[in-house]
Design a protein. Structure first.
Length: 193
């Protein structure tokens, strides 16, 4: 089936549905748009979503990955449009795309499995598996005093933009002291399973 046919079939049938869930969300890692949870966002995800929406195919392992436009409605025409634009035109999808990460938007839904393996915790610059003032001090020393770089660097890249700088410090301070958002995995911290 061609993408255009998928598009119009979805247009007719895919009005989108909010899913009901009472279970508390447990963070799992995924790439937005990786509907079939294989670590890539490509045409196989288009066919997986089309199979689900129009042919009774299986549910995705990670619902958040299938909420391609991150609006809290699942299996909608908008999700298919976003996915097609990303696969065909290379347009970016909402975070954590293109990285593995958690859903920055609270919607009450979650993934039953993680589509990525996270080896290192972003923000844990001193590698003690906790996020605390000690990690902030390590990052201050690196950014302002030429101290040792967190290893791997993604441990210090709290905002997930691929660089280590003041914005990571602000992000980490906000998380540790002000209940700010979780540090964002980047680089080798989390990779597709
Ligand atoms: Ca995929
Ligand atoms: Ca959606
Ligand atoms: Ca730590
Ligand atoms: Ca950064």
């Amino acid at each position: 089936m061609s993408f255009s046919k998928i598009f119009f079939t979805s247009l007719i049938l895919g009005i989108g549905m909010p899913l009901l869930s009472n279970s508390p969300a447990q963070a799992q890692y995924f790439i937005r748009g990786d509907v079939n949870c294989d670590g890539l966002v490509d045409s196989s995800d288009v066919f997986f979503l089309d199979s689900l929406m129009n042919h009774g195919g299986p549910l995705p392992a990670c619902l958040d990955a299938a909420d391609v436009n991150d609006d809290g409605l699942f299996f909608s025409i908008a999700d298919m449009v976003y996915l097609l634009r990303s696969v065909d035109l290379g347009l970016a999808l909402p975070p954590p795309f293109p990285n593995c990460g958690t859903d920055p938007t609270f919607d009450g839904y979650t993934c039953s499995v993680s589509c990525c393996t996270c080896t290192f915790k972003p923000g844990d610059t001193n590698a003690d598996d906790k996020l605390s003032l000690s990690d902030i001090i390590v990052l201050v020393n690196h950014v302002f005093k030429g101290g040792a770089k967190p290893d791997p660097a993604c441990r210090g890249d709290a905002d997930g933009d691929g660089m280590l700088d003041l914005t990571d410090l602000v992000y980490l301070v906000n998380f540790v002291f002000r209940a700010g958002p979780d540090p964002i995995p980047s680089g080798v911290c989390c990779q597709p399973t």
